[in-house]
Structure formats: structure tokens, C-alpha cells
Design a protein around this ligand. Structure first.
Ligand SMILES: [Zn+2]
Length: 127
């Protein structure tokens, strides 16, 4: 069996790492408690019970992540989700796309494994 560059390229795989934002992942998965405090203002409690005050319109949050990194922290993202002002379909499409890419990656690894198992048998017949 001859191997062409295109065959090897087809087998070539890069390490897989999805691109779902870590703050989105935490906003969705952590057990945060969100209580409406006023128009666009929410009290968000961490899993440890620490309270943060979130304004989803400005946006602002009293947590260190927002204060020092000026990023939309998990509290702002979770309050937006609870307020219905976050496009969950967009996140859902990102997650599905990452799952599809991961499935391709797994199929690629399985093909490489099958080839190596076959190569091992080929080797054994010469021993
Ligand atoms: Zn925060």
C-alpha cells in the first residue's frame, strides 16, 4: 500500500480545544443564585454565598474579575441569561459546532488507531 501526502494529511490531526468562552461556561454551569434587585440590577450569589451586585445595562459587577479585568464576568452573563437578554441559541450553535468538530477529531483519531493496529499485524507476520 502506498501512502500519498494527501492520505497522510487526511490522517493528520491537531490537538483539540473548543472555543466556548470560559465565562459563558461558568455562567451556565455554576450554581449561582440570581435575585432581581431593581430595573436591570441583580444580586448574584456565588456557590460560596458571596453576594455581587450586577447591572446588566452598564454593564458592571462588584466582583474582582469585572473590576480588575473589565470583562463581562460570569455574574453579568448569568444575570443576562436569567433576564432573558442573552441569545442562548447563539451559544447553543457554538456548542453544537464544537461537538461536531470534536466528533470529526475522534473519528480521525480512530482512523489513525485502526491503521496502527493494522501496521502492528503487518509487522508481526515478519517476526
Ligand atoms: Zn462579576
Amino acid at each position: 500500500m502506498s501512502t500519498s501526502p494527501s492520505y497522510d494529511e487526511a490522517l493528520a490531526t491537531q490537538p483539540f480545544k473548543h472555543e466556548i468562552d470560559k465565562r459563558d461556561r461558568r455562567a451556565l454551569s455554576e450554581r449561582l443564585t440570581v435575585i432581581e434587585h431593581g430595573p436591570d440590577v441583580y444580586q448574584v450569589y456565588s456557590e460560596e454565598g458571596v453576594e455581587y451586585l450586577v447591572d446588566i445595562r452598564k454593564p458592571s459587577c462588584t466582583c474582582p474579575d469585572f473590576i480588575y479585568r473589565e470583562a463581562d464576568c460570569k455574574h453579568i452573563r448569568r444575570a443576562r441569561i436569567e433576564a432573558g437578554s442573552r441569545d442562548l441559541d447563539a451559544i447553543g450553535k457554538e456548542v453544537q459546532s464544537a461537538l461536531d468538530a470534536l466528533d470529526d477529531h475522534i473519528a480521525n483519531l480512530a482512523a489513525q488507531r485502526a491503521e496502527l493496529v493494522s501496521l502492528q499485524r503487518d509487522l508481526d507476520q515478519f517476526r
